[in-house]
Each structure stands twice: as C-alpha cells, then as structure tokens.
Design a protein around this ligand. Sequence first.
Ligand SMILES: NC(=O)c1ccc[n+]([C@@H]2O[C@H](COP(=O)([O-])OP(=O)(O)OC[C@H]3O[C@@H](n4cnc5c(N)ncnc54)[C@H](OP(=O)(O)O)[C@@H]3O)[C@@H](O)[C@H]2O)c1
Length: 324
Amino acid sequence: MKFNYCGNSGVQLPALSLGLWHNFGSVDDFSVATQMVVKAFDAGICHFDLANNYGPEPGSAETNFGRILKNELASHRDEMFISSKAGHDMWPGVYGDGSSRKNLIASCNQSLKRTGLEYFDVFYSHRYDGVTPIEETMQALIDIVRQGKALYVGISKYPPYLQQQCYDILKEAKVPCLLSQYRCSMMDLKAKLENFQLAKDNGSGVICFSPLAQGVLTGKYLNGIPENSRAAKSTGFLQLSQVNNERVEASRQLNEMAEQRGQSLAQMALAWILSDERVTSLIIGTSSVAQLEDNLKALDNLSFSQEELDRINEICTKPNIQFE
Ligand SMILES: NC(=O)c1ccc[n+]([C@@H]2O[C@H](COP(=O)([O-])OP(=O)(O)OC[C@H]3O[C@@H](n4cnc5c(N)ncnc54)[C@H](OP(=O)(O)O)[C@@H]3O)[C@@H](O)[C@H]2O)c1
C-alpha cells in the first residue's frame, strides 16, 4: 500500500480507503461484507469510511462494521483509521437531520454505540445544510474532539465560499481540519477545480469519494445494465438516466486507453485521481472481493503522459459527461 500524509498533519492514510455506503447494510450479504473488510485490511487499506445513515437500513452499516471488527479484527483497532459523519437525514423529527449541534453530538454518540468503538479517528460534518451557522457546526466538531469522541475532524461537500470559514474556525480552536471530503472522478471535475487548492493551502488533506463515478468508470455498463449493479438497483443513487449514451461512449474510449496502459478502466480511473499530489486518499466502494482486488492494482501504475492527460480531459469534458 502507498501512504500519503493528510495535509500538514502527522497522520498518513492509505491511498485507497474503503467506504461502506453501499453493500454493508442489513439487506446485504454479511459474509461478503466481512470478506471485503478483512481483505481490504490485509491489503493495507486500513481506513474505513462510515456515516450514521449508511445501510440500508440507516445505521446498519455501522452496526455490521462493529460486528466485523469484533469478530475478525478486534486486536487491530490501533492499526485502523475509522471515520463517521452526521448531517443527512437519519431519524424522525427535527433533530435527526441537518448540521446543528444537537444533531451532530447525538449522532456521534449513536454511531459510537452502533460500532462499539470508544472513539472515531475522524468525525465529519457530512454537509452544509443551508441554514445552520458554520460557527455552530464547527463548534460541535471541536467539542466532539474535546470530549474524546474523535481524534480529528473533517468537512464534507462544503462549497468553496464556506470552506475557508470552516478552516479558520477550526484552526483558531487548535482543532485543524484533517480532511476535506469531496466527490471527484474523471466525470466529476468540479471539486478538483474549486476545492482542492483551498484545502491544500489550509493544510487539510483531500479525500475523494465516488472515484469510479459509482461504477460508470469501470466498464461494467459498456454492454447494457448488468443485473445487481448499482444502476439496476432501486436505491436511486445511480439512476438509469445517469448511465446515458454519452457517458457509456466516454467509458468505451477511456477503456481503450486503459487497455493500452495495461490497466482496467477502474484502475486507470483511480490512478488518474491519485496522480494529483493534493489528494491524500480515495474512498472506493466495492460489492465483491474481486472488485477490491481489481482496484488495488491501480497502485501499480500511477503515472500519466501529458498526451494521456490531454486525451482524458478531451473525452470527459464533452457535453453530458460531467455529473455537475
Ligand atoms: N461524503 C459524502 O457525502 C459521500 C457520498 C458518497 C460516498 N461517500 C463515501 O465514498 C465511498 C465510495 O462511494 P461509491 O461507492 O460511490 O464509490 P465508487 O468507487 O465510485 O463506486 C463503487 C461501485 O462501483 C462498482 N465497482 C467498484 N469497483 C469495481 C470494479 N473493479 N469493477 C466493476 N465495478 C466496480 C461497484 O458497484 P456495483 O454495485 O454496481 O457492483 C461499487 O459498489 C462510500 O462508501 C462512502 O464511504 C461519501
């Protein structure tokens, strides 16, 4: 595994991290979930990314992760870096959603209980909710650290006009923002253009989610929609309409490039993000151990010629390719 420092901190993360948004809930096969976590850890993926609402059922990914830890990895806690988040809809009523102090602190307590952990390595504000003052949300994160419930804090999906405010408040309290989490892939260039440099300038590590565009950048949709794929499921997170003709055609062209590089499309897509030295880690999702093994090989070739970078840019900036 390759390790990178998180911004200006002394903490390193593996270049690839495992996210438990999909495939680790109570509706999923627990033995496959166990195999993926154990395989990841054995391969050096020691960072696991959770959130209160991951499932489905919401909360069940944390419960399952806690069971896997207890059953398989109990003696390895100090070799692991585990995150959770709060801010999206989780429980009924006005306190179960948003970025208020009430939601963050109650949610962190619930997440610790579900996972059976004594503390999270990093706890995030999952999103800016459009209403709560940034000062309130950041103070909640600061207090979570002061209460010993997390070692570090992070922000997720904060727009650039609020990002600097978050960094400033956290820095002043001497609880600097360890990680800034943003969606990024070849088909999602917005954060790379708008958020990464601000994070770097403030000493915060950048960690990217959905680096495979939820599977679109793996070649799995080149010949239609496979049964059991994320687009075929009714979760609504990758809608059939998002696997449009333009993205499929772009994947085909990128797949040809990847073949010439001796990589799978998934491997090239991951390597491409990691070639940006501002990025600390990518949070990948997987639905099988085979996918995890495929993705791990991305680390074998992380360099790109200028010609390749230009070609990727040309393919991915055509109309209807970018997700935003
Ligand atoms: N901060 C936030 O708001 C936020 C939002 C979203 C995600 N996240 C984090 O980021 C993590 C990753 O997100 P993501 O799951 O969207 O990431 P992703 O890596 O872009 O997509 C993962 C999906 O792609 C498919 N896949 C992966 N590797 C493959 C391979 N080698 N070959 C074929 N298909 C492959 C699988 O889908 P199939 O099911 O089709 O097999 C897998 O579930 C989440 O678990 C979560 O921790 C954070």
